[in-house]
Design a protein around this ligand. Structure first.
Ligand code: ZN
Length: 373
């Protein structure tokens, strides 16, 4: 089927130019859920654009009858970030003007304790579709008030204009998928949220990492956390509900790269997820085992002394506690010979992520290990 394509104005630059994003909408013959998928929120993490392109090609060959619901795709969703450079390097993970991380800026519906308990009291015994519709109504009403601030003479910041446009597209969705990569060199995996382990397994990655705390205002979190808070409030009254609403982030490989294996995995994972959700009629491959681990199992190693990083274990390598991860070669200004310091792993695990730079000031990031036990 042919998608409808909508161009959405973001904001105007000092030069007079205007930035925009483009949404590719595949609306199926059958009614159903809405899934929103975006790529390249962090300017240097470009891999999702290739995944979205392949999804557009795939869905363009699919009959309208094979889709129930709507699939919205937004590649290069942050043009300001995508286009930002410092010499050879894409530096658009952060807004250059304010220093804000582009994935920590989003508006989140945060009901008060009273608002939440009133909602739960009113909807005890309601079916899940009714609960979703009513709560979504509350979220959208609160978001309208937030958006109204953009019309005030005092204006809002660039990230606030930007988030308003993206969240207008996704807050009424049922499922939100944000495609990122490491800004460095990383493995392919999914970040998921409480009560959604089975859904995370539909992506068929080797590893699924559970995020258990909100408050970061990341894109997926700002979407899903209000729903998890609601599920928790119902659970406290004894009514256990699992709402068909989901938000997650795919992490596909390395910054500034579109590693073919990561693109292929990303495409297959999303197709599989959409098939499980009943949005796409497609063959569901045999499930692979995904290891679900909490994000607390990731240890980020930062240089304990300043120097040059050498003899570092490669990405994906298994390591035991006490085995060497890397060496740091340090020079000095004390008239002494250079010194090599060896850093060993604190846990049994795998090498999860590697800093691109092989030089580090004391305290700078070198690598991550995922504890797998
Ligand atoms: Zn990212």
């Amino acid at each position: 089927m042919i998608p409808s394509i909508e161009t959405i104005d973001l904001f105007q630059l000092a030069s007079g130019d205007r930035l925009a994003i483009q949404v590719y909408k595949f609306v199926g013959a059958q009614p159903g859920a809405k899934v929103y998928i975006q790529a390249n929120l962090h300017g240097c993490e470009i891999v999702g654009n290739a995944v979205v392109h392949q999804l557009i090609e795939y869905l363009s060959d699919v009959d309208k009858g094979a889709i129930a619901g709507e699939i919205w795709l937004v590649p290069t969703c942050n043009p300001l970030g995508t286009n930002q450079r410092g010499h050879f390097y894409a530096t658009g993970g952060f807004h250059s003007y304010s220093g804000e991380d582009w994935n920590r800026i989003f508006w989140e519906y945060e009901p008060t304790v009273d608002e939440l308990s009133q909602f739960v009291d009113k909807h005890l015994g309601s079916d899940e579709a009714e609960i979703i519709q009513a709560y979504r109504g509350q979220i959208l009403a609160a978001f309208e008030k937030e958006l109204a601030k953009q019309n005030h003479p005092c204006g809002v910041s660039v990230p606030e204009y930007f988030r308003g446009k993206l969240q207008c597209l996704c807050l009424d969705a049922d499922y939100v998928i944000d495609i990122h990569s490491s800004s460095n060199d990383g493995l392919d995996f999914v970040y998921y949220f409480p009560n959604r382990e089975t859904q995370a397994s539909w992506f068929n990655f080797d590893y699924s990492i559970l995020l258990t705390q909100g408050g970061d205002y990341a894109f997926d979190e700002a979407f899903i956390w209000p729903w998890i808070v609601l599920e928790k409030a119902f659970a406290e009254t004894g009514q256990k509900i699992k709402l068909a609403v989901d938000g997650c982030t795919l992490e596909l490989g390395s910054g500034m790269k579109m590693r073919p294996s990561s693109v292929a995995k990303g495409l297959a994972s999303i197709k599989n997820y959409l098939a499980h959700r009943g949005i796409l009629s497609a063959e569901i491959p045999e499930a692979t085992t995904t290891k679900c681990l909490p994000s607390g199992n990731i240890t980020r190693y930062r240089a304990t002394v300043g120097g040059m990083i050498g003899d570092r274990l490669p990405l994906g390598q298994a390591v035991k506690a006490g085995e060497k991860l890397y060496d740091i070669l340090s020079f000095n200004r004390q008239g002494k010979l250079p010194k090599v310091t060896t850093i060993n792993s604190m846990v049994d695990g795998i090498v999860f992520d590697l800093a691109i730079s092989e030089s580090a000031n004391q305290g700078e990031y070198v690598m991550s290990v995922l504890e797998t036990n």
